[in-house]
Write a protein that binds this ligand. Structure first.
Ligand code: PAF
Length: 278
């Protein structure tokens, strides 16, 4: 496995490879990331992983400086997963002094949900993902459905800019008790982790209501909100939106994304599921 730190090294190594599938990450790898690598392997003979904690997607009061960076462990996990190329640049390599600030704006998709609560977050995500796509020129890029809005925005960006990249959505990986895997779960105490289970439970209960024939999203959102509040979670939002446009919808008459963002202790967690009318 090659571990490369500069754009020039990556371009040189990439040119020798055929079809490449990229898994872009900020490190602190867990089973969810490893499953992305496994999906990537099914789509291309060569798998590349980027490990880069991107400063431009963190707000001023967010966890950039304390975001975990267990690089040796991450490299071991990549190696075990059969990754061929790891790109682990410095901040200075990605954002060289004097480079112009650049934004790819998809306002209808970035202004809602996470984007409304974390101003500038998706500007940073689009910026770094566009740079990674240009540096690594992948044929395939795998992104997790846990960050559904990110996945949707990246797929829309690729489509709108005519990048010849297949964006592959990958299912959320959960702990046996339902908690969606996230690098931010490591901020949870045992007690907070127990309360955080309300997030996946809220989604499950709403899904059961849809299966029982309820279609009004107000009712589902009330159930979700109540389930979160019972465990004293601070709810950032509960939402029912169209999975393509991310616009609110009042009735489950087609695929509907139910999404949650909530705080448990110092951790801000997100999760979602897609429901369909019965
Ligand atoms: O999902 C993440 O880990 C990050 O947002 C990404 C896509 C690697 C961009 O920094």
């Amino acid at each position: 496995m090659k571990v490369l730190r500069t754009i020039a090294e990556v371009r040189f190594a990439r040119a020798k490879l055929g079809k490449v599938a990229l898994v872009a990450t900020m490190g602190a790898l867990h089973a969810g990331h490893v499953s992305l690598m496994q999906v990537a392997k099914k789509h291309a003979p060569h798998v590349a992983v980027s490990l880069f904690v991107n400063p431009t997607q963190f707000g001023p009061r967010e966890d950039y400086s304390k975001y975990p960076r267990p690089i040796e462990e991450d490299l071991r996990k990549c190696e075990e997963a059969g990754v061929e190329l790891v790109y682990n640049p410095s901040v200075e390599e990605m954002y060289r002094p004097g480079l112009a600030d650049i934004a790819i704006d998809l306002p209808t998709l970035t202004g809602v949900l996470e984007g409304a609560k974390r101003p500038g977050h998706f500007k940073g995500v689009c910026q770094v993902v566009a740079k990674l796509f240009n540096i690594l020129t992948p044929d395939v890029a795998c992104f997790g459905q846990k960050d559904y809005q990110q996945l949707r925005i990246i797929a829309a960006m690729v489509e709108a800019l005519d990048w010849p990249i297949q964006v592959v959505p990958c299912p959320t990986v959960r702990e046996p008790d339902g908690l969606a895997m996230s690098s931010r779960n490591m901020y949870l105490s045992a007690e907070e982790r127990g309360r955080a289970l309300a997030i996946s439970r809220a989604l499950r209960l709403a899904k059961e209501q849809v299966k029982a024939g309820f279609r009004q999203t107000n009712r589902l959102l009330t159930t979700m909100q109540k389930t979160l509040l019972e465990q004293r979670l601070l709810v950032d939002y509960v939402a029912a939106v169209d999975p393509l446009t991310l616009k609110n919808i009042a009735e489950v008459s087609g695929p509907t994304l139910l999404a949650i963002a909530a705080r448990v202790g110092s951790a801000r967690l997100i999760d979602n599921t897609i429901v369909r009318p019965v």
